[in-house]
Write a protein that binds this ligand. Structure first.
Ligand SMILES: Nc1nc2c(ncn2[C@@H]2O[C@H](COP(=O)(O)OP(=O)(O)OP(=O)(O)O)[C@@H](O)[C@H]2O)c(=O)[nH]1
Length: 560
C-alpha cells in the first residue's frame, strides 16, 4: 500500500528541520564575516549589505517558521547594524548576540528544543480545506420515474450532453443506489403506486440520513399545492410538470450541476528566502492552489510567461532588485498591468508600506503571516482577476471564448506544439440554415439553438480543448492531441446527437443540424492555415448538402 501523503504539519516540520540543519554553517559564516568587517572601513562597507541581509532574513524566516527567539535575536542584530548612531559597544554587543544565537540553535537541536518548537508548530491554525477539484463536466444523473413514456426521450437528451444517466422505476432501488453511489443530480417523479408523494418523501429521507441535500428537480404529472409543498420540503431545486420539454429540463440540470470555475488558482511566489517561499507555498497548496516558486527576481518575467499565474506574491526585501522595483518592471508590460501583486515583508512601518504600495500592488501582508489570512487575501484577489478576465475573454451569451481570445489561445497552443511536438485538430462548426431558424421561429429560438450547441460542446469536449464562438452561429474548436481521423469521428458523434435535440418555440417543435470542417496540425502549421483549411472543408460540407463533417484530408484527396 502506498504511504499516506504527509499532512501540512508534517511538511512544515520537515521544512523547519531543514532550516535548522543549515543554520550552524550560515551562523559560522556570518560570525567570520563580522570579524572580517571589523578589519577596515573598506571591509565594513563591503560586507555590511550581506550581514544586514542575513539578520533580516533570519528574522523573517525565524518568525514565519515559529522560531520566535531566533527571530528576536536576529532583529536586535539588524537594528544594531542599521542604527544611524552605532552604539559604542557594538563589537561586544554583536559578539554576545552571535553567542546567544549559537546557544539558541544548540537548544533547538536538543530533544527538548525540538519538542518545544513542535508544540509551536502544532498551534498553527489552518482551517482551509483542500478544494474538491472536479476534472470533468459530465455528470451522473439519476432519473426516478415509473411512467415510462417520457423517460427514453429524457434519457436520450441528457446523454446527448455527455451525462451518465441511470433510470429507476421504483423509489427503493433508487434509495439504495444513492447510498452506494451518490449522483450529481436527481430527477424525481412525485407520485408512485405506493404513495401520493412517495418520490419527494424518499428524497427527504435520503437528505436526513446523509445530512446532505441532493441537488434535485421534480418532474410531476401534477402541479397541485400538496405536491409542490412536498417538493419544497424535500429541498428540490426545480419543479416541472409533464409533459416536459426535454431541453428545458436538460438546461435546468445543467444549471444545477454547472461546475464553478474548477481550475485551481495559480500563484507565483518570488522570494529569495527559500524556506519562507516554501512555507507560503505549502499553505497555499493546502488550500488547493497551484504554486510555483522562484528565488531570483530576474527569473520573474520568464516565470510569468511560462506559468501564467493569477497572482504574484513578492517579498519586498530581496537582493539584486527589491519587490517594489520588480512590481514596477512587471507593470511596464501591458499584459501584466492587471495582474494582482501582493507584497510580503516583515516591514511593519506603515509609512514604508504606503510607499511600497505606490507601485500599484494590491495588498501588503506582514510576515509572519496568519495562514488563513494569507489564503483569503490571495483567493479574494486572484478570483477577482479571474472574473474580470472572464468578462473580457468570453462571449456573454454562451460563456465560450470570444474570437480574439480563441485566436490567442490557439496561437499559444501551436507555439508550444512547435517547441515540444504534438498533433492537434481544428474544427470549424456552423449551424445549418440558421437564417431560416431565426426567420421561422424567431431570434429567441435561434439564441436557444446557439446556447444549446455551445453547452453540448462544453459538456462533451475535454477541459484541455479550446472552444470559441467565432461569429454569430459559427464555432471553432481546437482539439488537443488527436489525429484528424479521431477529431472527425468525435465531431461527427456530436453532429448526430445535436441533430436529435428537440427545440420548442411558439408551440412548434423543430430540430437543427450543423456542418463542420476539420483540419490538422502540423499539416497546417499556423492558426491562419489551419483556419483556412478547416473553412474550406466546412464549405465542402455545406456544398455537399450540410449536416455532415468533412476533413481537409478528404478535400485534398478529392481534389487530386
Ligand atoms: N438568433 C441569433 N441569430 C444570430 C446570431 N448571430 C448571428 N445570427 C444570425 O445567423 C444568421 C446566419 O446566417 P447565414 O450565415 O447566412 O447562414 P444560412 O445561410 O442561414 O445557413 P448556412 O448556409 O447553412 O450556413 C444570420 O441571419 C444572422 O442574423 C445570434 O446571436 N442569435
Amino acid at each position: 500500500m502506498p504511504a499516506p501523503a504527509p499532512s501540512l504539519h508534517e511538511k512544515l516540520n520537515q521544512l523547519r528541520q531543514r532550516f535548522i540543519a543549515q543554520l550552524p554553517l550560515r551562523l559560522q559564516q556570518t560570525a567570520d564575516q563580522w570579524q572580517a568587517s571589523r578589519a577596515s572601513c573598506e571591509a565594513e562597507s563591503r560586507l555590511a549589505p550581506d550581514l544586514h541581509r542575513f539578520f533580516h532574513s533570519l528574522k523573517g524566516t525565524g518568525r514565519s517558521l515559529g522560531f520566535e527567539r531566533l527571530a528576536l535575536l536576529a532583529e536586535k542584530a539588524e537594528d544594531a547594524l542599521t542604527d544611524a548612531h552605532p552604539r559604542a559597544d557594538l563589537d561586544d554587543f554583536m559578539t554576545a548576540l552571535l553567542c546567544q544565537l549559537n546557544d539558541e540553535l544548540s537548544y533547538l537541536q536538543t530533544d527538548q528544543g525540538q519538542q518545544a518548537s513542535l508544540a509551536a508548530l502544532n498551534s498553527v491554525e489552518f482551517t482551509h480545506q483542500p478544494e474538491q477539484v472536479r476534472s470533468k463536466r459530465q455528470r451522473l444523473i439519476y432519473l426516478c420515474d415509473d411512467e415510462l413514456e417520457h423517460v427514453s426521450s429524457l434519457v436520450h437528451h441528457l446523454r446527448c450532453f455527455g451525462h451518465e444517466v441511470v433510470h429507476f422505476a421504483d423509489t427503493e432501488t433508487f434509495f439504495n443506489a444513492v447510498l452506494t453511489r451518490r449522483p450529481d443530480a436527481v430527477i424525481m417523479d412525485v407520485q408512485f403506486p405506493h404513495g401520493q408523494t412517495a418520490g419527494t418523501e424518499t428524497l427527504t429521507s435520503l437528505n436526513r440520513l446523509t445530512g446532505q441535500e441532493l441537488p434535485s428537480i421534480v418532474l410531476s404529472g401534477h402541479g397541485d399545492f400538496h405536491s409542490r409543498l412536498s417538493a419544497v420540503r424535500a429541498g428540490c431545486n426545480g419543479y416541472f410538470t409533464k409533459p416536459v420539454k426535454p431541453l428545458d429540463l436538460m438546461l435546468a440540470i445543467d444549471e444545477l450541476t454547472a461546475p464553478v470555475d474548477d481550475e485551481p488558482l495559480r500563484v507565483l511566489i518570488v522570494d529569495d528566502e527559500r524556506e519562507v517561499a516554501e512555507y507560503h507555498a505549502l499553505l497555499l497548496e493546502e488550500a488547493g492552489m497551484i504554486v510555483h516558486q522562484i528565488h531570483h527576481p530576474n527569473d520573474a518575467l520568464n516565470a510569468l510567461e511560462r506559468f501564467s499565474p493569477d497572482l504574484l506574491l513578492v517579498d519586498v526585501y530581496m537582493p539584486v532588485c527589491s519587490g517594489t522595483e520588480l512590481a514596477n518592471i512587471i507593470r511596464q508590460q501591458p499584459e501584466y498591468v492587471g495582474l494582482p501583486i501582493i507584497y510580503l515583508s516583515s516591514e511593519t512601518d506603515s509609512q514604508k508600506q504606503m510607499s511600497a504600495m505606490a507601485a500599484g500592488v494590491e495588498a501588503f501582508i506582514t510576515k509572519p503571516v496568519v495562514p488563513d489570512e494569507l489564503v483569503s487575501a490571495v483567493r479574494l484577489r486572484a478570483e477577482r482577476l479571474r472574473l474580470l478576465r472572464s468578462l473580457m475573454t468570453r462571449d456573454s451569451m454562451t460563456g465560450l471564448y470570444n474570437h480574439s481570445t480563441t485566436t490567442d489561445l490557439i496561437n499559444k497552443t501551436l507555439a508550444q506544439a512547435h517547441r515540444s511536438g504534438g498533433r492537434h485538430a481544428m474544427a470549424m462548426i456552423d449551424i445549418d440554415h440558421f437564417k431560416t431558424v431565426n426567420d421561422t421561429h424567431g431570434h429567441l429560438a435561434g439564441d436557444q439553438v446557439i446556447i444549446t450547441l455551445s453547452r453540448l460542446l462544453r459538456t462533451r469536449l475535454r477541459l484541455s480543448d479550446t472552444i470559441g464562438r467565432y461569429g454569430g452561429e459559427e464555432f471553432v474548436v481546437l482539439l488537443r492531441d488527436v489525429s484528424i481521423a479521431q477529431a472527425t469521428s468525435l465531431i461527427d458523434g456530436l453532429r448526430q446527437d445535436f441533430a436529435l435535440v428537440d427545440f420548442h418555440a411558439g408551440g412548434v417543435s423543430f430540430r437543427c443540424t450543423f456542418s463542420a470542417g476539420i483540419s490538422d496540425f502540423p499539416n497546417h502549421p499556423t492558426t491562419q492555415s489551419l483556419r483556412l483549411a478547416a473553412d474550406q472543408a466546412l464549405y465542402r460540407a455545406k456544398h455537399q448538402g450540410r449536416n455532415r463533417v468533412t476533413s481537409s484530408m478528404e478535400s485534398a484527396h478529392d481534389g487530386e
